[in-house]
Design a protein around this ligand. Structure first.
Ligand SMILES: [Zn+2]
Length: 322
């Protein structure tokens, strides 16, 4: 069973929302756009690998993208699979062209044929994550559960090269489609040694109760303040901000398209970027409308809940902490 499905990361949602509400001359805009593009590619890569791994969810317990607090620090895991024999961590890496694992110098590089760039060694990173998870399990009285990790390269066209111990690297690193076979082989070896009897669903519930959303203030990294964010409703057709409220609908001043529910995206941006609640006056300013009644009606019909004691509206289905 998949206890937590992969969803678009909140950090990416925030970036996307902010990019759509910043003036085109905002200094960090192009850096934000390139970070969003990289994160988006990573997210797509993770989904590709999910496709190959989901077969295990029929029998075992799985998480797609979780965070745990270990020693006061947030540790992120791409995929966690819990079987009767062990826990498997599958770290997903999205690199194009050619990557090189150097086990002698402990270097990891990516080359596009012209330029070589160094990155944190995924093997060291995965070993680290394994230790952190072990620490977390111990702290929760879940002991003696072996943890193994694999590194899944999401793009099947990426060339994987090794300098040094090829066997050691090939034991844990593979393109996403080959990871299931590696897990099955490992399971067989473990089962032959001693058939395991871990209650994977119970371990999964313990993890589920503790996991947090991977969220941080990405906007402050780029110097984005709330006052920089533009108000208004986006046109779903041409993307321009500033639709006009006209006869119960929204009309774009640029392309004249009409859209009845265009305010939903604006509210979603508001809750992501500005505040978890909104009041009537703020709603009028933010949607650029003049009528209190229209503001109330829009909030009432946009899946929001009124908090009478504070005279403000919040999202009715507050996103779970996952
Ligand atoms: Zn338009």
């Amino acid at each position: 069973m998949i206890l937590k499905n992969r969803t678009k990361p909140i950090v990416l949602e925030k970036l996307d929302a902010a990019i759509g509400r910043l003036p085109t001359n905002f200094p960090a805009l192009s850096d934000m756009q390139s970070e969003a593009a990289t994160r988006y590619k990573g997210y797509i890569g993770e989904q590709k690998v999910d496709y190959h791994l989901e077969q295990f969810a029929r029998e075992y317990t799985m998480f797609q993208g979780i965070c745990l607090q270990v020693d006061g620090k947030t540790v992120q895991f791409d995929t966690v699979l819990i079987t009767k024999q062990a826990i498997y961590l599958i770290e997903i890496k999205n690199f194009s062209d050619k990557i090189t694992f150097d086990t002698i110098l402990h270097q990891f590089t990516r080359s596009d044929g012209q330029k070589e760039t160094g990155f944190r060694d995924p093997l060291i990173q995965a070993e680290n994550q394994k230790n952190k998870l072990q620490q977390w399990l111990r702290a929760h009285h879940l002991i003696n559960i072996p943890i193994y990790y694999f590194i899944a390269i999401s793009d099947p066209s990426t060339i994987i090269d090794v300098i040094g111990d090829q066997e050691a690297v090939s034991k844990v690193v593979a393109h996403g489609e080959h990871i299931p076979r590696k897990i099955i082989q490992k399971e067989e070896v473990l089962r032959k040694k001693a058939p395991g009897s871990f209650n994977h669903s119970k371990i999964g519930q313990a993890i589920l109760g503790a996991c947090k959303a991977h969220d941080f203030d990405i906007l402050s990294r780029y110097g984005v303040k709330k006052r920089h964010l533009l108000t208004g409703v986006h046109c779903p057709a041409c993307g321009k901000l500033g639709m006009e409220r006209l006869y119960g609908t929204w009309q774009c001043k640029a392309c004249s398209k009409r859209a009845k529910l265009a305010h939903l995206r604006a509210f979603s941006d508001y809750f992501l970027l500005i505040s978890p609640w909104i009041n009537n006056k703020e709603c009028m300013r933010y949607l650029r409308i003049q009528s209190r009644n229209v503001a109330t009606r829009l909030m009432k019909t946009s899946n929001m809940k009124y908090q009478k004691e504070y005279k403000r509206w919040i999202k009715a289905d507050r996103r779970r902490a996952l």
